[in-house]
Design a protein around this ligand. Structure first.
Ligand SMILES: Cc1ncc(COP(=O)(O)O)c(C=O)c1O
Length: 440
């Protein structure tokens, strides 16, 4: 084969004026808000590059030095690639993985989904985007909790009408039936998440059951009227990570009669510390799955084929899973406990801080009641000012709940433990105390 190379001088494209190009793009994307977490992460990176000591609790990801993926999974991917699993996967996922997911779900929840109820996706994000697009027409109402992860952005992408329910610490930052019920008659989609990002709190099974029963009752009314159903998107991407004796509960365990309307999202991103592998799945009525598969097929939002084959093998190995869980869970819990106990000790000493006990995920909610106080004679006005003070003066990087759609300046922040060592945490507390001492 002869290879012909082009002749002449190098071509360096001139892309014109970025502002006029941007102004010509669709208003939907131009109004899309960028990730606040990534903005903060950039600030943190600059500080670290400048040689400052930072305990980085910002990104909802793992440092693979502390949280590697299971060795068996890595080995399985390598073997699958070598065996030629390098082509397009089927649009609903490789059959062995769909089978393995149904077996795994039955093992942990007793629920046996049929194969047509399972769709494999490139992580959880395509499911979120896809469900919004599959269920909602423009202008339809979607109800979700504030704070919660990215529902505000997905609502915008779908052109839906967002109703965010402001939750509180007393109810574990989970929405209650009393808060949700008034919105159900007008809603098309209700989004729940447990354990919740950003608070790490779980939805109590009785609360979930009450909400699902209300959804069933609402759909019985709609069935009589012949109007479109109300669906529930239950995001349990952190479901494998629960602490303090809490067990994660699948929605259909507490309300099996809600099966036609509950769409359950899961995957390995958080449970196997495998955010970069991009394997997720969704369980729902076959009629929903078929539409979702067709939509996501056009986006090509499939999980890589070799990863799918290897995840199937891993899910079918309960001993390897249990072994991995024991190590990962203890590492996550150790970090969450260290933060929780450290802030509880400060609270007991009269500092204006509060913290929610670790229940699940890799997150802990922290409140710093500093708004209205002064530091070096300057009044602290916003959560973002508190965040900057923590970063610059205490080397502690956290994310305000505002990044999760909360509008109120309540002094609450998310701390994420996947990328830090125990030393990072213990060394941060004297710096935090010094900052709090400087606040008048
Ligand atoms: C609640 C929640 N759902 C879904 C996702 C997306 O997961 P994935 O990385 O699999 O797309 C995240 C990621 O942080 C999350 O926090």
């Amino acid at each position: 084969m002869t290879v012909t190379t082009p002749s002449g001088s190098r071509i360096e494209p001139n892309f014109g004026n970025p502002e006029t190009i941007d102004a010509s793009l669709a208003s939907m994307v131009r109004a899309l808000k960028g990730s606040e977490i990534l903005r903060i992460a950039t600030e943190v990176r600059a500080m670290v590059a400048a040689g400052k000591q930072v305990c980085n609790l910002t990104v909802g990801d793992f440092n693979s030095k502390y949280f590697p993926i299971p060795a068996l999974l890595l080995d399985g991917i390598t073997r699958a690639l070598a065996a030629g699993e390098t082509n397009y996967p089927p649009s609903d996922g490789v059959l062995v993985l769909r089978q393995a997911v149904t077996e795994y779900v039955e093992r942990v929840s007793r629920i046996r989904y049929p194969l047509e109820s399972v769709l494999i996706t490139g992580g959880a994000r395509p499911v979120l985007y896809g469900v919004y697009r599959t269920v909602l027409n423009a202008g339809d109402t979607v109800v979700f909790a504030g704070p919660s992860w990215n529902n505000n952005h997905y609502a915008w992408l779908a052109g839906a009408h967002p109703v965010d329910i402001v939750t509180d610490r007393d109810h574990g930052f989970q929405p209650t039936l009393a808060q949700i019920a008034p919105h159900l008659p007008k809603a098309t989609l209700l989004c729940l998440c447990s354990p919740l990002n950003p608070t790490g709190t779980i939805m109590e099974p009785v609360m979930l059951e009450a909400i699902l029963r209300a959804v069933v009752a609402e759909n019985q009314v709609r069935e009589r009227r012949g109007t479109p159903y109300l669906f529930v998107l239950y995001d349990q991407i952190y479901g494998a990570l629960t602490f303090g004796g809490k067990r994660h509960v699948y929605p259909l365990e507490v309300a099996p009669e809600a099966a036609p309307w509950v769409i359950t999202l899961d995957g390995i991103s958080k449970s196997l510390a495998a955010t970069g592998l991009r394997v997720g799945w969704v369980l729902a009525a076959p009629a929903v799955i078929a539409r979702l598969r067709d939509l996501l097929g056009h986006v090509g939002a499939w999980a890589p084929r070799a990863e799918q084959v290897a995840v199937a093998e891993f899910l079918r190995n309960p001993d390897a899973m249990a072994e991995f869980r024991a190590v990962m869970d203890s590492q996550v819990q150790m970090r969450l406990d260290a933060l929780y106990q450290g802030f509880c000790a400060l609270k007991a000493q009269g500092y204006p801080v509060d913290c929610v006990n670790p229940q699940g995920a890799i997150y802990l909610g922290l409140q710093l009641r500093l708004i209205g106080r002064t530091i070096d004679g300057v009044r602290i006005e916003t959560n973002d000012e508190i965040r900057s003070l923590l970063l610059e003066r205490a080397g502690l990087a956290v994310v305000p709940f505002q990044a999760f759609g909360l509008k109120e300046e309540t002094g609450w922040f998310r701390m994420s433990v996947g990328a830090v060592s125990m030393d990072d945490i213990t060394q941060a507390f004297p710096r935090i105390r010094a900052l709090l001492d400087a606040v008048k």
